[in-house]
Design a protein around this ligand. Structure first.
Ligand code: F0G
Length: 443
């Protein structure tokens, strides 16, 4: 049996799973979904069961999320809303490894989900919960990927869907997805934090179901990525897991997933979970640094004007910072920032591995490079970076980088981002000899 439990240890209030809550109704803190009582299932039989499901044709077994349903808060006969999410590749990335100055590096590519981002692993669970609660309208605030994902899952569940996005700050590809999947897209004047605040207020008063990562069912889905990753590594978890940080749901989910795996004896340890933020949108990194210099007495201060070209993580008031902080603290992880130039170059390098990702995801490689240079990741340690979104989510950024026209806001002005690894398009005459001469460096 599972309950919703307040994460504040002094409160710890518990609620039934069918109470439509986003925060504790007693103290206002975040909620976790927790198992009540112990689960005595044997480690080897669980591993064997999960592996066996890979060969099944049943929808729940084919989902990389529901395959691990023994750790999800639903009964066995749950009617899931699934698009076959999860089961994403874990790639070796030799060029990125060289760039970070480590012998090897693995990339867990969550961009290979049905709507092209990691959000799908959480959304399948949140929308399934919406169905269990009998909801008719689901909603979210979004920098684009949550919107695209929710729109798709709502369409599968035949639910109405409303999304709030900051006006002019979401990539076209993400908006295009949400529109095609039939969501009502509302552009709001302001930034993501404005959208998040308004939708939370509305969720208190109305019957819509909010599925941002403040919703603990989202985190339940996303935590299964830790299970899948551990399984791909034959249950040997890496020394370091590195994720981008925006609203901080993903880092929270990895923290919970790895804590549960370890608690159940499915793994022998937990990875250090490190979170990388863009310099201009880094309230969490600033908080963690302040904690270190004030012996734990710092308050969390929102970033009023977050700025980054990695629009997915242009967030100044992350709702899940307490859970992410718990994950980082429990695993001795690091929280650092990277510049716009570092993100852009790291992204191009991930592309050179034949993998690619959207800008926010590239904070990981930029961050690993820095952590290695600072001696915080050792060369003999194993490292996995989580790529959160697909390369095609933001092609405008890619084309500008490769044509040396990418600029980022800087102190009220615009700073040019150098295309260090730019690969520019050549205009060539329609003659074989012209083409041959254009290709002479390649052979
Ligand atoms: N990477 C990508 C591609 C994202 O879309 C997001 C968040 C993050 C990283 C950060 O993850 O918020 O869990 O720390 N995108 C949200 C959205 C906010 O609305 O799509 P986080």
């Amino acid at each position: 049996m599972f309950v919703q439990r307040c994460i504040n240890e002094e409160c710890g209030n518990e609620f039934d799973l069918d109470e439509r809550l986003y925060v504790c109704s007693r103290c206002g803190d975040l909620l976790d979904i927790e198992r009540v009582g112990t689960d005595n299932r044997n480690v080897e039989s669980l591993r064997a069961l999960w592996r066996e499901r890979l060969t099944s044709n049943e929808a729940r077994d084919r989902s990389g999320v529901w395959r691990f349903r023994e750790f999800l808060p639903f009964t066995e006969n749950v009617d899931v809303v699934s698009l076959g999410e999860g089961n994403t590749p874990l790639y070796d990335a030799p060029r990125s490894a060289d760039y970070c100055d480590v012998p090897s590096l693995k990339l867990k590519h969550q961009g290979n989900n049905p709507t092209g981002s990691f959000k799908d692993t959480g959304m399948t669970v949140a929308v399934t919960q919406a169905r269990r609660l009998g909801m008719r309208l689901v909603a979210c605030a979004s920098t684009g990927n949550t919107a695209a994902s929710l729109a798709a899952y709502a369409a599968r569940a035949r639910m109405a869907c409303a999304i709030l996005v900051p006006d002019g700050q979401v990539s076209e590809a993400k908006l295009a997805q949400a529109l095609d999947y039939g969501a009502k897209v509302l552009e709001i004047e302001g930034n993501f934090d404005t959208c998040m605040r308004v939708i939370q207020e509305l969720a208190e008063q109305s019957s819509l179901y909010l599925v941002n990562s403040i919703n603990p069912f989202r985190i339940e889905g996303q935590k299964t990525v830790a299970f899948e990753l551990a399984e791909q590594l034959e249950w040997q978890v890496p020394d370091h897991l590195v994720v981008p940080g925006g609203n901080l749901g993903n880092s929270s989910a990895f923290g919970k997933g790895f804590r549960e795996l370890f608690g159940h004896g499915l793994t022998q340890k937990q990875p250090r979970i490190s979170v990388i933020q863009a310099e201009g949108a880094a309230p969490f990194a600033r908080f963690v640094t302040a904690q270190e210099t004030t012996e734990g007495r710092a308050d969390f201060v929102d970033e009023k004007h977050p700025q980054t070209l990695a629009s997915a993580i242009k967030i100044g008031a992350p709702v899940s910072w307490k859970k992410a902080w718990r994950a980082v603290r429990e695993t001795d992880g690091y929280v650092i920032t990277v510049s716009e130039q570092e993100i852009a170059d790291a992204k191009a390098m991930i592309g050179r591995d034949g993998i690619g990702c959207e800008p926010a995801s590239a904070t990981t490689i930029a961050g690993i490079r820095k952590l290695v240079a600072d001696g915080l990741i050792k060369k003999d340690e194993t490292v996995v970076a989580v790529l959160t979104g697909h390369l095609l989510k933001d092609t405008d950024y890619v084309i500008k980088y490769h044509s040396q026209t990418l600029t980022a806001p800087a102190d009220g002005d615009e700073a040019h981002i150098r295309g260090t690894f730019a690969n520019s398009i050549m205009r060539v005459a329609a003659r074989p000899c012209a083409i041959e001469s254009a290709l002479k460096d390649l052979s």
